[in-house]
Design a protein around this ligand. Structure first.
Ligand code: G3P
Ligand code: MG
Length: 256
């Protein structure tokens, strides 16, 4: 299913497939993105970190334990070894042998299908600045090569990573939107997002009320919420005016 640029929304679509393909495929693999695309999604979130040798790749946790057949912290691994681990079997036999995705593979996928990316900068411990800079450099280069493609949205729980990304983008005269991610909505977090020059604030859906949406919109930012897997909750959040929902349930948009 290939989508032409002209058919793609002019801003980040409301529904965003969490970790590539939600719970339908092993998170943060290329198989996940393909599964999300097949289900009709045109926007994808994923978690990006750095390998020891400076390759950007996708993994949510600090360790390889939960989502691969390897064990221990991810930070000491080189990409040549990471690409040999099995990041699919933990999910189901159908995905046995699926490798972790590199950011380059995901950027190629986005260029090929004209879809939106939210790259969550998820640094290994102590790697916040280095990872923020590396993601920004790679994205700036990719945007220059694909001037009409939707610009990737860079988000992070790490303010240090976002500040480093912003500085790098500015230094390269590149313009990618940023979003500050928080586990709990607070007015202070909103002000930090504003100070950062962010395009949006991303937060857990549980504290989000219509008044919170209004406060965020009044400061000129978008509000996107994770991880919404229930139809009634999704309806209430959309009625409250949220701009985006991250979901593990690929069937949810069609149900609504
Ligand atoms: O970026 C939204 C969401 O993915 C943040 O939480 O832990 O799933 O990365 P997490
Ligand atoms: Mg994430």
């Amino acid at each position: 299913m290939r989508r032409g640029q002209a058919m793609i929304e002019s801003s980040m679509p409301r529904w965003i497939a969490h970790r590539g393909g939600g719970s339908a495929a092993p998170e943060n693999t290329l198989a996940a993105f393909k599964t999300g695309l097949k289900a009709g999604f045109t926007a994808f979130e994923c978690d990006v970190k750095l390998s020891l040798d400076g390759v950007l790749w996708l993994l949510h946790d600090d360790t390889l334990d939960r989502t691969t057949d390897a064990r221990g912290p991810a930070a000491p691994w080189r990409w040549e070894n990471l690409q040999l681990v099995d990041a699919g079997s933990w999910h189901s036999a159908a995905f046995r042998g699926e490798p972790p995705a590199s950011l380059d593979q995901v950027l190629d996928f986005a260029a090929q299908h004209g879809v939106w990316l939210n790259l969550e900068i998820k640094p290994s411990p102590g790697q916040d600045v280095r990872t923020g800079e590396a993601v920004a450099r790679r994205v700036a280069q990719w945007m220059a090569q694909h001037p009409s493609a939707p610009r990737p949205l860079l988000s992070s729980f790490s303010l240090a990573a976002l500040q480093a990304a912003r500085k790098t983008l500015r230094g390269l005269r590149a313009d990618a939107p940023l979003a500050y991610l928080v586990q709990t909505y607070e007015d202070g977090a909103l002000e930090q997002a504003v100070a950062l020059g962010a395009e949006g604030l991303h937060t857990d859906w549980r504290q989000v009320t219509p008044a919170v949406v209004d406060r965020v919109h009044a400061r000129g930012l978008k509000l996107r919420v994770y991880t919404v897997n229930d139809a009634d909750q999704a309806r209430a959040l959309l009625a409250a005016g949220v701009d985006g929902l991250f979901t593990d349930r690929l069937d949810l948009p069609a149900r609504l």
